[in-house]
Design a protein around this ligand. Structure first.
Ligand SMILES: [Zn+2]
Length: 588
């Protein structure tokens, strides 16, 4: 299936799309002329007008901006797509520049009049305003903010680019079936998933041995990014290196502390799964290159596009009729691009189209079980968009990473339930359960090792330590071992695993990791609740998805009667993981 993007625009004539983009920039200028320098003196009524205008403006041009972008991601070699994508990007940047003052002035207005946040006239924007107010004390003057953007360009942004450029230009020599090959990083890592164990081992050994040789470079980049962050936290008056990420993710320290404590208390559960997986693979113990490898016994099933559609729609309908109808509508309206072709961006994603109260999905469907899972995942995002766009103002749909995966991961579990019920052989069951538990293990436990690692780096800096390559490697190994214990044998060179993770080097993106842990465990807890409550749980999940970002994750959980600052809630997610692990053990 190829998607139909024509619904996004009034006319698909490229010149009319271009014109609309130009009028988008012109309208932004109008808003600027009307409000620049004046937001700080608005009262509640006038502020409501501004917020509604801002939302209406963005919705008006949403489809046009998406049109060029989506067209290009599906067909990067098409000239018109290139042109329109470029025009959309330029227009978007100009709009960003024209309207950058809004957030700064809004923050000042709210800092001076915090009572506006609770003004009943602004009730629909309450949490949106609360979040701006939270950021306000950490914003600097316009001159300082501009200086920071300037120094970052050749500072942390340059370190980030160096890390990315260096990594992508490395090549690695490896022998595959008696042929010597020289592969770039992006290609050799594909071998980590090879069914051949020896090849997986050699690929890991060669990559990390190679990366370790440049330890001075990686450590310099990482150290600069971390030390810059420490300085910026001081300048912006963040009490800890993690505070900014809590504000960005709309969570609090108490919640994340209790989440991470739950992880520490349950490492044995993950280790138990890894030991089971070793048995399934006929090994005494897993090596690091086996952890997410496919099971050798996994049957190679293929799913036709139609069959996948039937399975996924049925899985969603079994949970909630309306959700199932929306999933089906995504197919019916041709909002999914599943065709495999050249020039199409790899990976899969779902883009919400709020004005259209729907979404678009891009994927390259290769008929594998993993592809069916990916579709179920992306369609969960689509359902999230269907619900959110029907219930919320656009400003309330800036959904943070902790909550954004709720619909998608839940959808995967619905599919799991259905595939398990249908599975006829134990090998099939094992393959399904291993897929689910591999993903859970990576998102919850492996990613937690990275949280501990990042925390350890900042502790080291605080104590006056110096982050050279060996020190960083030791911190990584200690964090990793806290999770894996003795359940996995690691190649010695795996101490350089931190060198390639782009997230650690990304400018202004510290502690990107725990929202993944949060999201996965949150949904497992919800799924456990569904198992306990049955049908009556569906409206509850829909309420959470409908809320968008109008409530904090903590408030959302409270509506279900849970306190996410308590470990008991997170333990519910672990209980679900334990049930899957028990199921897997019973197949042995
Ligand atoms: Zn997702």
């Amino acid at each position: 299936m190829i998607w139909d993007l024509s619904q996004l625009v009034e006319s698909t004539d490229p010149s009319s799309v271009q014109k609309k983009l130009e009028s988008m920039v012109a309208e932004a200028e109008k808003i600027r002329n009307k409000y620049h320098g004046k937001i700080e003196s608005l009262d509640a009524k006038a502020l409501l007008e501004l917020l509604e205008l801002k939302d209406a403006y963005a919705l008006k041009f949403e489809g046009t901006v998406m049109y060029g972008r989506l067209m290009y991601s599906a067909n990067s070699t098409d000239d018109i797509a290139k042109q329109l994508n470029d025009a959309a990007r330029r227009a978007y940047m100009r709009v960003g520049q024209a309207l950058a003052f809004v957030d700064i002035e809004l923050a000042k207005l709210l800092a001076a009049n915090p009572a506006l946040v609770t003004d009943p006239r602004l009730a629909e924007y309450k949490h949106y305003l609360e979040r701006i107010l939270k950021r306000a004390p950490h914003m600097l003057s316009e001159t300082e903010e501009r200086l920071i953007i300037m120094k970052d360009k050749n500072g942390i942004n340059a370190w980030q680019m160096l890390q990315g450029d260096w990594l992508s230009t490395r090549t690695f020599d490896i022998e595959i079936e008696d042929k010597k090959k020289t592969l770039p990083y992006g290609e050799i890592i594909g071998l980590y998933q090879s069914p051949k164990r020896d090849l997986r081992k050699r690929a890991n050994q060669i990559v990390y041995e190679g990366l370790g040789k440049d330890e001075v470079l990686w450590a310099s980049a990482l150290r600069s990014v971390c030390e810059d962050h420490v300085q910026m936290c001081k300048l912006r008056k963040y009490p800890s290196p993690m505070t900014q990420s809590w504000i960005d993710n709309d969570v609090d320290q108490q919640t994340i502390d209790s989440l991470m404590k739950t992880i520490e208390k349950n490492v044995k559960l993950y280790q138990r799964y890894l030991k089971l997986k070793a048995k399934l693979m006929g090994l005494d113990k897993l090596a690091n290159y086996d952890v997410v490898a496919p099971l050798p016994t996994a049957p190679s099933m293929e799913y036709a596009w139609r069959e996948a559609r039937k399975e996924i729609v049925k899985a969603y309908k079994g949970f909630d009729e309306q959700m199932g109808d929306w999933v089906d509508e995504m197919y019916e309206k041709k909002h999914i691009d599943g065709e495999v072709r050249k020039g199409k961006r790899s990976g899969a994603w779902c883009a919400s189209w709020i004005a259209g109260k729907t979404a678009y999905i891009l994927q390259s469907f290769n008929k594998k079980m993993g592809d069916v899972y990916t579709l179920a995942h992306e369609l969960g995002h689509a359902v999230h968009a269907y619900l959110g766009s029907r219930a919320q103002k656009l400003s309330n749909l800036e959904i943070g990473s902790c909550v954004a995966e709720t619909g998608s991961i839940f959808g995967e579990l619905l599919l799991t339930e259905q595939l398990l019920a249908k599975a006829t052989t134990k090998e099939e069951k094992q393959a399904i359960l291993a897929t689910v538990l591999d993903e859970f293990g990576m998102a919850v436990f492996q990613v937690s090792a990275r949280v501990f690692f990042e925390q350890n780096m900042y502790d080291t800096i605080e104590k006056g330590g110096f982050l050279d390559g060996e020190t960083v490697a030791n911190l990584w190994v200690a964090s990793r071992d806290k999770i894996y214990g003795d359940s996995v044998d690691w190649l010695k060179v795996m101490k350089w695993e931190w060198t390639m993770k782009p997230h650690y080097y990304m400018a202004n993106y510290r502690f990107y990791n725990y929202p993944y842990v949060y999201a996965q465990l949150f949904v497992f807890a919800l799924y456990q609740l569904y198992k306990e409550e049955g049908k009556s749980f569906a409206p509850k999940l829909k309420r959470i998805l409908s809320a968008g970002s109008s409530k904090s994750p903590r408030e959302l959980a409270a509506e279900l009667g849970f306190d996410i600052t308590e470990e008991a809630f997170w333990q519910k997610g672990m209980k679900q993981a334990k049930e899957f692990t028990d199921m897997l053990e019973r197949t042995l």
